[in-house]
Write a protein that binds this ligand. Structure first.
Ligand SMILES: Nc1ncnc2c1ncn2[C@@H]1O[C@H](COP(=O)(O)OP(=O)(O)O)[C@@H](O)[C@H]1O
Ligand SMILES: [Mg+2]
Length: 307
């Protein structure tokens, strides 16, 4: 019987439980562990263990979540900041996954894809490099450059490069308040990630990709008075019909960051669909609630086919 690890932050979150159940249903043995609890023993040939479990004896590992700050557990997308903030926790967790991968284990998503997906800067330039539609974006420490872009675009969105769950996102226009906000972001974060605001019908599209296929997608609708559509920010969901265009863009976006499975965020702009981001540790809960499609089963099938 194949033994498949599930790396979690919160073993009780919907997606972690669904992955566990899908493995049992597929006659594999799930081994749930927290990356936080892993010990690395360099002197024992880079042994990785948690409790009595030797992680390198597993057949594969599915990464549900690598954590990434408070609020990252629960039923939303896993946060996965690429580091920073002085904390060595996140780099350590990703490096544990790299160590596992180097020993020949299949790790899904691959740690490099999780690291890339967590970085909105790298994702933006990869989308552009692959010729995929994504909103105009600049990164700068120059307030004048930033204000020029805002004047040009009319409205812009400021996001943390390593942000997730719609947190610390602001909409800015050409006014005094924005100048203050942007200078404080430059001072505290060191650089601004500024994106053209895409006028949209008050919703965005979360597309689930597994192994270059799209099992389902949902519209996410912002709560009244908000323009941020994340479910973890009070958004609601509704089934979205997967057109060829939606599936094609989402599969290409996931491929651009190297993700085997992904939650791809699209927004319906006046000039067509634009890719906002790729999540490398997405929740399957919203898709299940709106479409009754259990993406955990697709992920498990894909991983079991690999080992
Ligand atoms: N350029 C944009 N124009 C309009 N709305 C945006 C834009 N960027 C983000 N949003 C809104 O904010 C939400 C969160 O942005 P996203 O880039 O997906 O970051 P996060 O990683 O925090 O989810 C999106 O789902 C969308 O509703
Ligand atoms: Mg998002």
């Amino acid at each position: 019987m194949k033994r498949i690890g599930i790396a979690v932050t919160d073993p009780g979150d919907w997606t972690a439980v669904a992955l566990n159940d899908a493995l049992v249903k597929a006659s594999a043995r799930p081994v749930v562990f927290r990356l936080h609890d892993v010990t690395t023993s360099i002197q024992e040939h880079n042994r990785l263990y948690t409790g009595n479990t030797d992680l390198k004896s597993l057949d594969a590992v599915i990464v549900r979540d690598v954590g990434g700050g408070s609020g990252s557990s629960g039923d939303g997308d896993g946060g996965s900041s690429g580091g920073g903030g002085g904390s060595e926790d996140m780099p350590y967790r990703l490096d544990v996954l790299c160590n596992l991968e180097r020993s020949g284990l299949k790790v899904v998503n691959p740690p490099e894809a999780i690291r890339t997906a967590a970085n909105k800067h790298i994702c933006s330039y990869l989308f552009r490099e692959h010729g995929l539609p994504t909103p105009d974006t600049i990164l700068t420490t120059d307030l004048d450059v930033a204000m020029d872009a805002i004047r040009d675009w009319g409205r812009a969105v400021v996001k943390p490069i390593f942000g997730f769950k719609g947190m610390d996102i602001h909409c800015v226009v050409d006014d005094e308040h924005s100048v203050k906000l942007l200078s404080s972001v430059i001072d505290t974060r060191g650089v601004l990630y500024l994106q053209r605001f895409i006028s949209n019908p008050g919703r965005d599209i979360r597309v689930f990709v597994v192994d270059r296929d799209v099992p389902a997608a949902i519209y996410r609708l912002a709560p009244p008075g908000s323009w941020i559509n994340n479910l973890s920010r009070g958004g609601s969901h509704k089934r979205c019909e997967v057109t060829g265009e939606i599936a094609g863009l989402a599969v290409e976006a996931a491929g651009a960051v190297g993700a085997v499975y992904a939650g791809v965020d699209l927004i319906e702009g006046e000039d067509g669909l634009q890719i906002l981001e790729v999540n490398g540790t997405p929740s399957g809960k919203g898709i299940f609630e709106a479409c009754r499609v259990n993406v955990a089963q697709d992920i498990v099938k894909c991983v079991l086919d690999m080992v």
